[in-house]
Unconditional design. Structure first.
Length: 262
């Protein structure tokens, strides 16, 4: 039996690193973690892979939340270097990667925008990982495969940051029916709302998946899945009606060929 002077062993609170090149998304994940796992200590919050590696060397966190696509090295490459002693959770908007691959390469993954219920599942997995004695780290072969696939895959947009000032919303690109140019900004029109995107329509066109989003004139892009019907007028030009919006969209002659193959 110990006397009055016996030391009391207190388990240290777990620590985590967050690495994402979007400050608003880092702040939102930190807020959600504070609600879901109050005892977790955020040791560092950084915006690129080099800073993530430096923070890991300095603070050796228990957990690393890594954005897959961020200024180099990527989250996958950071994961390859951290070893088995750190739990890796990938945070990504690029859900085209195989879920099985994420699950083999990390403790868990989160799709952007991160939501509370899904994060709760991740926290439960991380608690079990810590309790198990940190068994199981990133699978090197799977990481190598994912790194090669990421290098070859185009970085299509999967979500949009919208809003002004301190208030930022994330809108899934797939929810947008069409984009309309509004001077140097662009309106992203969803089923029930319009959002202002601080990106020109030309810049947007370069980032959207061309199989899913078609440019229909200089100032417009349409989500192909949102089209109800395409009809030609007497001049041979197409007019598009939408499934969930009342607008009728005009297709300029330069883009008419897209609809002749439908």
């Amino acid at each position: 039996m110990g006397g009055k002077g016996a030391a009391v062993s207190v388990a240290a609170a777990p620590t985590a690193l967050i690495a994402d090149d979007e400050p608003a998304l880092r702040a939102e994940l930190e807020r959600l973690l504070a609600d879901t796992w109050p005892e977790l200590n955020i040791a560092a919050s950084v915006g690129d892979g080099a800073a993530a590696l430096d923070a890991i060397r300095r603070s050796t966190p228990d957990i690393a939340f890594l954005d897959i696509r961020m200024p180099p090295p990527s989250g996958l490459e950071v994961a390859r270097r951290v070893g088995a002693g750190i739990a890796v959770v990938f945070v990504t908007a690029y859900d085209t990667h195989a879920v099985e691959a994420f699950e083999r390469a990390a403790v868990d993954y989160l799709l952007k925008p991160v939501d509370g219920p899904r994060l709760q599942e991740t926290v439960s997995r991380l608690r079990r990982w810590l309790a198990s004695g940190r068994r199981g780290g990133p699978d090197p072969r799977t990481l190598e495969s994912l790194i090669r696939r990421l290098a070859d895959a185009p970085a299509h947009l999967h979500w949009l940051r919208v809003g002004q000032g301190e208030r930022v919303e994330l809108v899934a690109v797939g929810d947008v029916c069409f984009f309309r140019s509004d001077r140097k900004y662009t309106a992203a029109v969803t089923r029930d709302r319009e959002h202002l995107v601080r990106m020109s329509i030309t810049a947007l066109a370069a980032r959207l998946d061309p199989e899913r989003f078609w440019r229909i004139h200089r100032g417009g892009i349409v989500n192909v899945a949102a089209i109800g019907a395409a009809r030609r007028d007497l001049r041979g030009r197409y007019r598009l009606t939408l499934k969930d919006r009342p607008e009728v969209l005009r297709v300029s002659a330069a883009y008419g060929h897209l609809f002749r193959r439908m």
